[in-house]
Write a protein that binds this ligand. Structure first.
Ligand code: SF4
Ligand SMILES: [Zn+2]
Length: 336
C-alpha cells in the first residue's frame, strides 16, 4: 500500500471512534515485574491525556490508544490524576507510567505535571515513562538526569525502516531511535525498548525473523527489550484487516520462538502479551493458550529458559506448517 493511501485509511477508520470527555485516570493496577534482576511489585498507571501528537497528525496502523484520550483535558485535570494515583499507591518499587502518547511531549504533558509526578513518586526505585524519540532533547535530558530514578521506554517496534514506514506508519525512523537512545545512554538514563511482533502485511515467518533482528538491534541500547505481540485494537487499520480475515494476531508459539532465540542478546528480553490467549491477541489453538501464556510470563519474570523448553501441544505442528509455507501462499496471492 502506498504511504499516502495507508495514512488516509488509518485516518478514515479512526473517524468512527467516539471519544468521551472523561477526566480521570484510564486505569491503575499492580502487577509483578522485574527490576535489578529480581521480581518486584510494580504500580501501573495510565493517564488520560490529549493523546499522542502523531495520532492527531496521522498515527500508527495498530494503535487504538486515542480511543481513551480526551482532546480537551486541562492541566489541572492531569494534576488531579496524579493525586488520584497517589491515593492508590502502596510503595511499590517500580512505577510504570503510560499516557497513550509521549510523557515527554510538553504539549501532551506540561513540564510542571511531569515534575509533580516525579516529586510524588520520588521514593520509588524506578519510574518508567514512555516517549517518541523526537521529544528526547537536551532539555529533557537535564530534567531526567536531575531525578536519577527515571527510565525511558522507546517504542521502536521494528529495526526495519520499511516496516516502520509502510506497515506501521510510525512517523520516525530507526536512525531517530538511535539518536534518542544514544543521547539517553550518554547521560546514564536507562532505556527500555518495545518491539512489535507481527505488524500488518507480513507473514508469520517474516514477523518472527524481523522481531528477532529488531530485539538484537535494540538490545545494544536497552537494559530491557519488551516483545509486544500485536493485539487488535478498536478503530485501527489492523482491526479493519482482521475483520476482513486479512490479519491474524501472532501465534503464542511465535512469541516463544522469539524469546528462545534472543535469550543471550545482553539485554533482558521479556514479553507480557496484551490480550494473550484471545482472538484479538497472540493465541494458539485455545487448548494450550493458558499454559503457554503462563510460561511466557514466568520466563519474563525469571529469565529462566526452562519455562520455554518444555512446551508442547498438537497445534505446534500446524504453526510450524504455517511458518514454513505461508510465504509461498502469500507471494502467490499478492503477485497473481
Ligand atoms: S507513537 Fe505510540 S501512541 Fe502514538 S500513534 Fe504510534 S503507537 Fe500510538
Ligand atoms: Zn495448542
Amino acid at each position: 500500500m502506498e504511504l499516502k493511501e495507508l495514512q488516509k485509511r488509518i485516518r478514515d477508520i479512526r473517524k468512527n471512534s467516539r471519544r468521551e470527555e472523561k477526566k480521570g485516570l484510564i486505569a491503575v493496577w499492580k502487577e509483578k515485574d522485574r527490576f535489578n534482576k529480581e521480581i518486584v511489585d510494580s504500580f501501573v498507571m495510565i493517564f488520560r491525556t490529549k493523546g499522542c501528537r502523531w495520532a492527531y497528525h496521522s498515527g500508527c496502523s495498530m494503535c487504538g490508544y486515542f480511543n481513551d484520550t480526551n482532546p480537551k483535558i486541562r492541566e489541572e485535570e492531569l494534576l488531579a490524576q496524579i493525586e488520584e494515583a497517589k491515593k492508590k499507591y502502596g510503595g511499590e518499587q517500580l512505577i510504570k507510567v503510560f499516557t497513550s502518547g509521549s510523557f515527554l511531549d510538553d504539549w501532551e504533558v506540561p513540564k510542571n505535571v511531569r515534575e509533580k509526578l516525579y516529586d510524588t513518586f520520588s521514593s520509588a526505585k524506578r519510574i518508567i515513562v514512555e516517549s517518541r524519540p523526537e521529544y528526547i532533547t537536551q532539555e529533557k535530558i537535564e530534567e531526567l538526569s536531575s531525578r536519577q530514578n527515571v527510565m525511558v521506554a522507546l517504542g521502536l517496534e521494528s529495526a526495519n525502516n520499511e516496516t516502520l514506514i509502510y506497515r506501521i506508519n510510525k512517523g520516525f525512523t530507526v536512525e531517530d531511535y538511535v539518536r534518542a537512545a544514544e543521547l539517553l545512554l550518554r547521560n546514564d538514563i536507562p532505556v527500555k525498548t518495545y518491539i512489535l511482533l507481527k505488524p500488518p502485511f507480513m507473514t508469520e515467518r517474516k514477523a518472527i525473523n524481523e522481531a528477532i533482528y529488531s530485539v538484537k538491534f535494540a538490545s545494544k541500547y536497552s537494559e530491557v527489550v519488551s516483545v509486544n505481540p500485536m493485539n487488535v485494537q478498536n478503530y485501527t487499520l489492523v482491526e479493519y484487516l482482521w475483520r476482513r480475515g486479512e490479519y491474524r494476531a501472532p501465534w503464542l508459539w511465535s512469541v516463544v520462538e522469539v524469546l528462545k532465540r534472543t535469550v543471550e542478546v545482553g539485554a533482558e528480553v521479556v514479553s507480557y502479551p496484551t490480550a494473550g490467549g484471545t482472538k484479538r491477541g497472540a493465541h494458539n489453538c485455545g487448548r494450550c493458550d493458558k499454559k503457554v501464556m503462563k510460561s511466557i510470563l514466568n520466563f519474563s519474570l525469571t529469565q529462566d529458559e526452562k519455562y520455554l523448553n518444555e512446551l508442547e501441544c498438537s497445534c505446534k505442528k500446524k504453526w510450524r506448517k504455517i511458518v514454513e509455507n505461508e510465504d509461498y501462499v502469500w507471494d502467490y496471492t499478492v503477485n497473481s
